[in-house]
Design a protein around this ligand. Sequence first.
Ligand code: W6P
Length: 373
Amino acid sequence: MATTVLSSPQIGTGPARRALRLANIMKEIALLPENLLRMPSVGLVNQWYERSFEEIIQFEKVDPEPDVLSKFCERLVHIRNRHADVVPTMAQGVLELKESHEVDAVTEHSIQYFLDRFYMSRISIRMLINQHTLLFGETLGKQASVNGIGNGGRHIGSIDPACDVVGVVRDAYENAKFLCDRYYLDSPDLELMQHGVPSGRPMPIVYVPSHLYHMLFELFKNAMRAVMEHCEGSPPPVQVNLVQGQEDICVKISDRGGGIPRSVTDLLFKYMYSTAPQPSKSDSQNVPLAGYGYGLPISRLYARYFHGDLVLLSCEGYGTDAVIYMKALTNEANELLPVFNKTSSKFYRPTAQLADWSGGVHNLNTPNRDKEK
Ligand code: W6P
């Protein structure tokens, strides 16, 4: 894992790699359903990509002198900031589409396919930018990530070769609990159990702590909200099982929040369904715990980025298990990237599928249709 995401200090490879990934996803943007491409927010995102691409390729031809290297770092930081709001802006674009057009099943499928690849590409590009700026940036970067201030000196950019899963779980729980207490004036306790390593010992893995935190925080918020909305009297605890296996490391978060019907489980990962208007800034003191935005689909992409996964398993009437799988072996945990080729372009002009099973309309809209992956 470490080797795939380390940018070379030579300027030749850094810009080339980023430019290639930018070019790949820009070709896919061009294939988006026309209706979506015409939405103002999507146009804005497209402009950001065009501008960043132009800025990056400027660096391809110049010699990697120290002055150029630091200019390159500055440019990367600038680009990272420019793209900070890509996710809510694309979500806005999808809302604009829903409000202005009837969206058919084929279009919806294309949008799901595109956004999964688009956000995965974004995760990978931001990972490259973070690695480069942390490892080769001026001031802070050098000391914090190479000589290692604050984390025992072990970080390699944003990668922690001994990421403390237990610590990240507790941290994510505490922060979700804070929001939960503020909104519901109470919150479920955490019951943490470890398997495969002695209890109370850390369970270190090679991982990007911020990615793991992002997934756990999202799942805790969902679990807590379900529990608080469902329970009468004192809320039952959220149980977390942490398991070190040979092949996988699993984090299972179990809530007794009443569960969700099977037909809804897949919808929670669909961008077209999970798009809701952003709560306004003035509401920020009293935002609901979760339930807007792209938290779950994007968390699953974080898991899949290093060949793990995130799945939901619910028993309607009782509660939900959410499992994060991570690869235990780092040589299997390399990047999973979208590549653009003839296969991917075909997905944007899919032919409507005819049902080959009886008993209902099995078109692309059927929630329980088997996953394509
Ligand atoms: C629920 C719905 C959900 C989504 C994600 C994680 C946990 C839960 N619990 O009821």
